[in-house]
Design a protein around this ligand. Structure first.
Ligand SMILES: [Zn+2]
Ligand SMILES: [Zn+2]
Length: 254
């Protein structure tokens, strides 16, 4: 299995996961031409994607999905709640609903979804399993739950939200209502929350950690890297950051 972020943050998210002959995109918050040029950066054409999985209806995740899926004639996978929130935009898309508690297969890739607390209708995050490695993804979550901990334990790679540093958020320019939303239990994870979660997981198989969905305004890559590295006794440089502009290079699980 290998994966690459095409970009991560509040101005758009997309992630590509490949196993065997199967290539799926998780979310697409970019317009069509932006998505195609970001795919080119990792050596893909738009036609290479077999399916898109949507985590939730916020525009930085779903904004480009319907158009991409329609144009490429590929299925889009959503929870029933997410579909209810975006149904009108998804006319003429091959929609497949998934239960956020039930694993399903797309080609060679098993998807293990799980529900998360976030201010959306029925948000789900997921673990990808190719039979040899599990790759766990968690962004857009207000606070970790016991179920999240059990899903993310035993993974070979993790992509974890490090949305903000509480001091930068507190002292930053956002209006009080937005600060409250971001910091709530249905908002986004602070660096230290993510570090605490990471430290609590079974990390005996862990090879790669990626910090994702960093706020441009309320976080710094070095702060996220320091927090996650300390949680697992690694060096800050060992933690990859998925940036808004460039995402990540391919990360390969042999
Ligand atoms: Zn988001
Ligand atoms: Zn969100």
């Amino acid at each position: 299995m290998r994966f690459a972020s095409l970009g991560s943050g509040s101005r758009g998210n997309a992630l590509v996961v490949e196993a065997g002959r199967t290539r799926v995109m998780v979310d697409c918050g970019f317009n069509l031409s932006e998505t195609i040029s970001r795919l080119q950066r990792i050596g893909y054409a738009a036609e290479d994607i077999d399916a898109v999985i949507v985590t939730h209806e916020h525009d930085d995740h779903v904004g480009g999905v319907a158009r991409f899926a329609r144009r490429m004639r590929i299925p889009a996978y959503l929870t029933p709640g997410t579909l209810a929130a975006v149904a009108r935009r998804f006319e003429h898309v091959d929609v497949r609903c998934f239960d956020p508690h039930a694993p399903f297969w797309i080609g060679d890739l098993q998807v293990e979804p799980y529900p998360v607390p976030h201010d959306a209708r029925e948000p789900a995050q997921m673990v990808f399993n190719d039979g040899r490695h599990r790759f766990g993804v968690l962004t857009d979550v207000g606070c970790p739950t016991p179920h999240i901990r059990s899903m993310l334990s035993g993974c070979s790679a993790l992509m974890l939200e490090c949305n903000h540093d509480p001091r930068l958020l507190r002292e930053g320019p956002y209006p009080p209502s937005l600060k409250a939303r971001i910091g709530s239990r249905f908002g986004h994870m602070r660096n230290e929350d993510t570090a605490l979660l990471l430290a609590e997981l079974d990390n005996t198989r862990l090879l790669h950690v990626v910090a994702a969905h960093l706020s441009d305004t309320n976080n710094r890559p070095a702060l996220a890297q320091m927090a996650l590295a300390a949680a697992i006794g690694a060096q800050p440089d060992d933690i990859t950051v998925a940036t808004q502009e460039a995402g990540t290079d391919w990360i390969v699980l042999e």
